[in-house]
Ligand binder design. Structure first.
Ligand code: FAD
Length: 542
């Protein structure tokens, strides 16, 4: 048999063995199937071979509730594999009335506007440094125009909303701007803005509804407070701002507001950056304090009220029970997020939620209702990050419609906190590594370093720090990598792949660095905490 015929037969065999082989074959032939999203059954049409679903009693093969990172990724993947897909997305206005378009949290009120405002703050810093490099400007006259920044950010967000809608139309994914709830396990009711009901049925349903910011149960919080849902589109400049909560969202907001020149204070009830490495969290906070962000520890907000001049009077209580008062222009709550699962009427289908959290404890993204799946921020004890939602959504669609068996791997997911001095990490924190393996079984390498670009403007290098946590014995497998410094996300991304590939300390040390970069500091690492040696840098290039 000729190699050409062999290759053709192999491709054909692969196609027919797959769930929607006939659909794929048609697409390969450049034709559209008459019916898509099939399980079994092959029908020969007039001019083209087409497949028909056994379950054509349903409107859709795959109905996605939530047009955010996870839902859209799953929908696009499923339609590409031949499924008939619809997406319902609806944004309930925030307490102060902020609303937004298609695309979910990340695009509208999360990663994207946040990164843009962080960039605006970094540029302000760069302008001040530029003078030391010889640029002839007067940094003292530089100030932010909030309206211009907000407009630029919102224009970008709206362009992404538009591209997303066009993409759904092009890919023939039906989109409904409607708030969904379950009628039964195969039927979803969508309520539009005008109050019209849309009843949609599907064989499989995906819950990808994400979450929204929580508000504390104290007087004035809902009336006068805002959250990350509002800050990126705030009509007026935020002015003097109080942020409640020191998770990554609270710290990032405080970081860019302070960088933009607004007086910023954070109130923290317990720990900063819960779940992250403690030492790294301390570095970040100290750096922020040095840059002017004020931190009120072990304090609890009691009341927010509006003064006659429209400014907000805030009462809080410290750890000794002492009441404090101050006046702010903006009070921003960043005390955590709640899942939007109650609104789905889970009781109508017997969907189990984890008490208190409202989250779904799915097994391989499948809920306790067999045809109902979940991805993204609604999942219990999974990283609440966009790439995690996207990857889980894509892999689920491939398993449902593409004959794949690949499961989502939630371990060693890298992330970055976009504070003024950024923090990127992947793998275990020092505390988690000790808890899992025992102090004697792990080795911690660490180093302070001086980024070359910090020398001329004489920027503070006290908290430029890297840490590598590894097993002490065997191959010395790397368990965690932590980086505080410029461009932390860019630095840590590559090392995350290395960890996936089983990075070991000898391999890391044998990697030749790129000089002069900040990422090379990982390859130069050789001082262990156990040795007690000084991790401060001796010189830049030895
Ligand atoms: P979402 O993106 O939230 O999408 C859910 C969608 O479903 C929303 O549009 C919602 O309105 C809609 N919906 C809810 N209920 C219904 C219903 N009943 N009917 C119809 N529609 C419904 N992640 C990162 O990876 N990097 C970052 O830098 C980052 N920064 C962030 C900064 C901030 C300020 C915030 C808040 C989040 C950030 N995240 C970041 C997290 C990231 O945004 C989320 O992990 C991600 O958006 C989760 O995707 P999802 O698909 O689960 O939900």
């Amino acid at each position: 048999m000729s190699p050409m015929i062999m290759a053709t037969l192999t491709v054909f065999a692969r196609l027919v063995s797959s769930q929607c082989a006939h659909t794929k074959l048609l697409r390969l032939m450049g034709r559209q199937p008459l019916f898509v999203g099939c399980d079994v059954g092959l029908v020969y049409g007039r001019s083209a071979m087409a497949c028909m679903c056994t379950d054509h009693s349903y409107d859709y093969d795959f109905l996605v509730i939530g047009g955010g990172s996870g839902g859209l990724a799953a929908a696009k993947e499923a339609v590409g594999l031949g499924a008939k897909v619809a997406v319902l997305d609806y944004v309930t206005p925030s307490p102060v009335g902020t609303t937004w378009g298609l695309g979910g949290t990340c695009v509208n009120v999360g990663c994207i506007p946040k990164k843009l405002m962080h960039q605006a703050a970094l540029l302000g810093e760069a302008i001040h440094e530029a003078a030391t490099f010889g640029w002839q400007l007067n940094p003292k006259s530089v100030k932010i125009d909030w309206e211009a920044l907000r407009t630029a950010v919102q224009n970008h967000v709206k362009s992404v909303n538009w591209v997303t809608r066009v993409e759904l139309r092009t890919k023939k994914i039906e989109y409904f701007n409607a708030l969904a709830h379950f009628k039964d396990a195969h039927t979803v009711v969508g309520i539009t803005k005008k109050g019209e009901e849309k009843i949609l049925t599907a064989k499989n349903i995906l819950i990808a509804v994400g979450g929204r910011p929580k508000y504390p149960d104290i007087p004035g919080a809902i009336e006068y407070g805002i959250s990350s849902d509002d800050i990126f589109s705030l009509e007026r400049a935020p002015g003097k701002t109080l942020i409640i909560g020191a998770g990554y969202i609270g710290l990032e907001c405080a970081g860019f507001l302070n960088g933009l020149g607004y007086d910023t204070t954070i109130i923290i009830r317990s720990v900063v950056l819960r779940g992250f490495d403690r030492q790294m969290a301390t570095h970040i906070v100290e750096e922020m304090q040095q840059r002017g962000v004020k931190f009120n520890y072990e304090s609890k907000l009691k009341k927010v009220s509006k003064q006659e001049d429209d400014r907000l009077l805030v009462d809080w209580i410290d750890k000794d029970g002492q009441i404090h008062q101050d006046v702010y222009d903006t009070v921003l709550f960043a005390i955590g997020r709640q899942s939007l699962t109650q609104e789905l009427k889970p009781e109508n289908i017997g969907l189990k939620l984890v008490p208190e959290t409202g989250k779904i404890d799915a097994v391989n993204e499948q809920t306790n209702v067999p045809n109902i799946y979940a991805v993204g921020d609604v999942l219990y004890k999974k990283p609440e990050l966009t790439p995690v939602a996207i990857q889980a959504g894509k892999l689920l669609a491939r398993r449902l419609y593409g004959n794949s068996i690949e499961q989502m791997d939630y371990i060693n997911v890298a992330t970055t906190v976009f504070t003024p001095l950024e923090y990127g990490c992947v793998g275990l924190s020092e505390e988690a590594a000790i808890a899992l393996h025992g102090e004697q079984e792990i080795e911690i390498f660490h180093a302070y370093y001086k980024p070359t670009e910090f020398f001329i403007p004489q920027k503070n290098v006290d908290r430029c720090y890297v840490k590598v946590i590894a097993l002490r014995n065997g191959n010395e497998t790397v368990l965690g990598m932590h980086f505080v410094g410029p461009n932390a996300g860019e630095v840590i991304q590559g090392f995350a792949t290395a960890i996936k590939c089983g990075l070991t300390i000898p391999k890391l040390k044998s990697t030749v660095g790129i000089h002069p970069t900040v990422a090379e500091e990982f390859t130069r690492i050789n001082i262990t905490k156990r040795s007690g040696l000084d991790p401060k840098p001796q010189s830049c290039c030895s």
